[in-house]
Structures are given as structure tokens and as C-alpha cells.
Design a protein around this ligand. Structure first.
Ligand code: UTP
Length: 307
């Protein structure tokens, strides 16, 4: 069965980015001049998924507004030849896809957020994209995952090799190889293991293509790490040999990925994408070259700014 629906959970509280995210959803923080979430929706659409379901929560309605029309703004920009390009860019986000939303009510964990999509998704395989995980558009991931799911069935998760000491920050996969170089069979998953107990250095990142059987498992999944219903725990249950959800595979991603919910990674995304932009790149690169040469001669500034 074809994959046409993308579920994007955005109901988390974004505590790592406080106080910026006190009143603004972290998914709307700009990466250059587009909110982070727009890159994620564009990626889904590029992979052929144009039915988008946001799992939202209190204080997140501005995300839906961003993907809706703003007639007042359009009126202001219409008719001015100089603003035509701007008008096109404003309209780009509401023309992208059919956007739907459901509310999670209480942030009980990523697994619980995905369970909220059950009625909309029905009995089809579907993709889950985390709203604060940004994959560079020049590096293909989700399209490949959909391809693998269509060929092998079951569930497919995205994996990234991380330094051993960082594996405890992620869900971690125990794997065995397959014939395809970038695809592994997943034999077990563990959420945020201490590095000495981690079965590999392969971390789960925020892209999944899931079989609908995941919903039944999520309904039975008790709260796990951090008292939250973990998506990793439910996928782990599907790796069992007697599971009716088909096999679980991983696509090992070797491209550029930014966790825009993390401050340092967010800054890296802004710098990298600004350098690579045709319009801003030349000026920004020249400034950055000068900045690195003149300002970054020590490990820490002599007069650091307080957070
Ligand atoms: P995170 O734990 O990274 O997001 O959840 P968070 O809670 O928003 O951020 P921090 O860690 O406090 O800074 C991963 C994804 O799952 C969503 C989040 O919105 C994020 O996209 N999520 C998490 C939900 O939609 N509902 C939840 O109950 C938990």
C-alpha cells in the first residue's frame, strides 16, 4: 500500500530552547528566513506525501496559521510589482499540502502523540517526521525510506552513526546487515542507553515510516523512560519474531542533519544554510571569513556574555 500521509508531532514543550519558546513554538524559530517546520513539510512533500497531520497542543496554533492563508497580508502585497516575489514566498507555505491537525491534550510522550494520528491515518503505512529535526534538502532520506518500506514492508526508521559517548542521548538500534549497503535489519531498540550498554553507535533520528500495526502496540505501551509513552518502545515490540507488523529495518543516513531543538545545532543550521544560499551566501561568507580570522583566536572569549 502506498505511503501518502505524514504525521508531524509538534506538541512537545521545547524546554531546551527556553525562554525563546515560552510563547513561540520551537518549530517556528526561523532558520534563515523560513520557520524550521516549513523545511520539514517541504521534505515530506518532496517524498510524495502531501497529506500532512500535525499533532499539536496548547500554544501551538501559530503553526497551523503558518500553513494557512493570510488574506490581509496578501492584500497588502498584491499589485506591487516589487513585492511579487515576497507574495509568492508568503503563499508557498499554504500551497504546499493538505494540512490537518489534531490536539494531543497532554504531552504524554512521542508514542502518545503518534497514537493521536490513528483515526486520520487508518490502516495504511504512514511517515512520522519530527518537527525539530531538519534534513538538508540536498541529502535524500525520507524518499529512500519510503522506497525501502514499499519493497520490504513493515516499519523503517532513520539511523545516524554518532560518537559512542553521545549514544545515551538517543534511541539506539541493535542491527544485522542486509544486502543493501544503507539498509540494516533492526533486531532491538533501546531508548537512551548508558554508552557501556548500547548495542551499537546507531542512533534513531526523527524520520519513521510505520506500519499501521504500530497503533495497537502503542495502545498497550506503558509509560517508559521519563514517564512518557515512548515510540521507541512500541517499535521495539514490533522487532519481535512473532510481531504481526512485519520486519523493522533501518536506513543509515550519511548526510547533513540538524536538531533545531538544540541551541548549538540550531546555530549550525542557520550558518550552514546561510552560507549556501545564493542570495545571502556571498555577503555572509565574506563576513564569516573575517569573523573567524579576527575574532576566533582563543577557545573562549575574554569577556563572555551571560546566557
Ligand atoms: P522532544 O523531547 O525532542 O521535544 O520530542 P520537546 O519535548 O518539545 O523538547 P525539549 O526536549 O523539552 O526541548 C520529540 C518530538 O516529539 C514531539 C515534540 O514536539 C518533538 O517534535 N512530542 C513530544 C509531542 O508531540 N508530544 C509529546 O508528548 C512529546
Amino acid at each position: 500500500m502506498a505511503v501518502t500521509k505524514a504525521v508531524i508531532p509538534v506538541a512537545g514543550l521545547g524546554t531546551r530552547f527556553l525562554p525563546a519558546t515560552k510563547a513561540i513554538p520551537k518549530e517556528l524559530l526561523p532558520v534563515v528566513d523560513k520557520p524550521a517546520i516549513q523545511y520539514v513539510v517541504e521534505e515530506a512533500v518532496r517524498s510524495g506525501l502531501d497529506d500532512i497531520l500535525f499533532i499539536t497542543g496548547r500554544g501551538k496554533s501559530a503553526i497551523e496559521d503558518h500553513f494557512d492563508r493570510n488574506l490581509e497580508l496578501e492584500d497588502r502585497l498584491t499589485g506591487d510589482e516589487k513585492k511579487k516575489d515576497l507574495l509568492d514566498r508568503v503563499r508557498a507555505s499554504d500551497r504546499l499540502a493538505a494540512v490537518h491537525s489534531v490536539r494531543q491534550g497532554e504531552a504524554l510522550g512521542l508514542g502518545h502523540a503518534v497514537l493521536c494520528a490513528e483515526r486520520h491515518v487508518g490502516a495504511e503505512p504512514f511517515a512520522v517526521l519530527l518537527g525539530d529535526d531538519l534534513i538538508d534538502e540536498r541529502d535524500v532520506l525520507l524518499t529512500r525510506m519510503v522506497e525501502v518500506q514499499q519493497r520490504l514492508g513493515g516499519c523503517v526508521v532513520a539511523l545516524l552513526e554518532v560518537p559512542h559517548e553521545q549514544i545515551g542521548l538517543y534511541g539506539c538500534a541493535a542491527v544485522s546487515p542486509t544486502d543493501a549497503g544503507d539498509v540494516v535489519r533492526i533486531t532491538g531498540l533501546v531508548e537512551k542507553p548508558p554508552p557501556e550498554e548500547a548495542p551499537s553507535n546507531l542512533a534513531i533520528i526523527g524520520r519513521y515510516v510505520l506500519a499501521p500495526e504500530i497503533f495497537g502496540v502503542l495502545r498497550r505501551t506503558p509509560p517508559g523512560r521519563g514517564g512518557e509513552i515512548q515510540l521507541t518502545d512500541a517499535i521495539e515490540a514490533l522487532t519481535g519474531l512473532d510481531s504481526d507488523g512485519g520486519p523493522v529495518h533501518g536506513v543509515v543516513f550519511r548526510g547533513r542533519r540538524y536538531d533545531t531543538g538544540d541551541k548549538a545545532d540550531y546555530l549550525k543550521a542557520v550558518v550552514q544554510l546561510s552560507c549556501d544560499r545564493g542570495d545571502l551566501g556571498p555577503e555572509f561568507r565574506a563576513w564569516l571569513r573575517d569573523f573567524v580570522a579576527t575574532q576566533l583566536d582563543g577557545d573562549t572569549p575574554s569577556d563572555p556574555i551571560r546566557p
